[in-house]
Ligand binder design. Structure first.
Ligand code: EAX
Length: 326
């Protein structure tokens, strides 16, 4: 009898409280790279934290390995809310909002500590908030990492050695301009690029050390130069349309889970770089650890005057970030 009453009361409660019985809310989250990649480590950590903390009210489904398209296509789907979240390299954002070029500026950050201080601080927040104008809720930054050049033609020690190399770049106007300024022949191409490297369609590419490890680039690239020319964050974003449907407490829970996932992944990524370098050498790559970076810097200083930064708000922010990192 008592039991029946409870059943009845809970049924009434469930009818009266909309959402109380709705199935767990499904969050579709896109990354372009495969399991084991920097983006996936963020995504998996986020999934574990959020599902546990929400007591299963949220379920995160990760789409990886280009199963829902390139990074540009993932961003388009987030804008439309056909998927809700993404961990996406900052590069391809620059065709959506040119403000992102500011953080992809070459030789901007001295080291990880400086990158963290700026990106986790008010300047980083301004960039994240600016993304609302193009339909993204910017949550925080995790990392791809400092990018390094690899190629199959010759050892690269100074910027002169780059001349004429056919280098794959991301779908980013700034990345293309950087390699043009360096004298290379930049070729925009979406990820992944293993077969293009293997077939010699391109001579080289640039990415952080984890990429060379996870995608076995020692099999298709001979020379690596630790150029660290761009510090490449991921921007961890949600669809603004979707975000606006969430209760404030859920927003807070999601934001915190993603930030903790980002902090976890940055630490994890950095801790493994020394071993990666050793592995790539052991596998036969020839590594230039101490290139003539002054020659690289000299070629890219003109970029801040380019059209890429002509919008006043973008230019103003670039100058402030340059001043803050000097
Ligand atoms: O993480 O396309 C690229 O070069 C990106 O760095 C890619 O997401 C690999």
């Amino acid at each position: 009898m008592k039991c029946r009453k409870i059943l009845y009361l809970s049924a009434v409660f469930l009818l009266l409280v909309p959402g109380a019985v709705s199935a767990a809310r499904l969050i579709k989250l896109g990354v372009v790279t495969k399991p084991g990649s920097a983006q996936n480590i963020v995504a998996e950590k986020f999934k574990a934290l959020l599902e546990q903390r929400s007591g299963g009210r949220f379920t995160v489904r990760i789409y990886h390995s280009r199963s829902i398209g390139t990074e540009t296509e993932i961003l388009q789907q987030i804008q439309m809310n056909t998927i809700q979240m993404g961990v996406v390299t900052a590069g391809p954002f620059d065709t959506f909002d040119p403000i992102v070029r500011v953080i992809n500026y070459p030789f901007l950050f001295r080291d990880h500590a400086q990158a963290d201080a700026i990106l986790d601080g008010p300047l980083g927040r301004e960039i994240l908030d600016d993304l609302e104008r193009v339909g993204f809720k910017g949550l925080c930054f995790s990392e791809n990492g400092f990018r390094n050049l690899t190629n199959n033609r010759r050892p690269v020690r100074s910027a002169d050695d780059v001349r004429g190399l056919k280098i794959r770049v991301m779908a980013s106007a700034l990345h293309k301009a950087i390699w043009q300024a360096l004298g290379a022949n930049p070729t925009p191409m979406p990820w992944p690029i293993y077969s293009e490297l293997e077939q010699g369609v391109i001579d080289g590419q640039e990415n952080p050390l984890w990429v060379m490890e996870v995608y076995r680039f020692w099999e298709v690239q001979k020379y690596m130069t630790l150029t660290r020319h761009v510090y490449s964050p991921h921007i961890d974003v949600a669809s603004l349309i979707w975000w606006q449907t969430l209760a404030p407490a859920d927003r807070e829970m999601i934001r915190k889970a993603m930030y903790e996932a980002a902090l976890f992944q940055r630490r994890d990524n950095r801790a493994r770089n020394a071993a990666r370098l050793a592995l790539l050498r052991e596998k036969g790559m020839i590594v230039e650890e101490d290139p003539d970076l002054a020659s690289f810097r000299a070629r890219v200083t003109g970029l801040k005057k380019m059209d890429l930064f002509r919008e006043p708000r973008v230019h103003a922010l670039l100058l402030r970030v340059l001043a803050a990192t000097r």
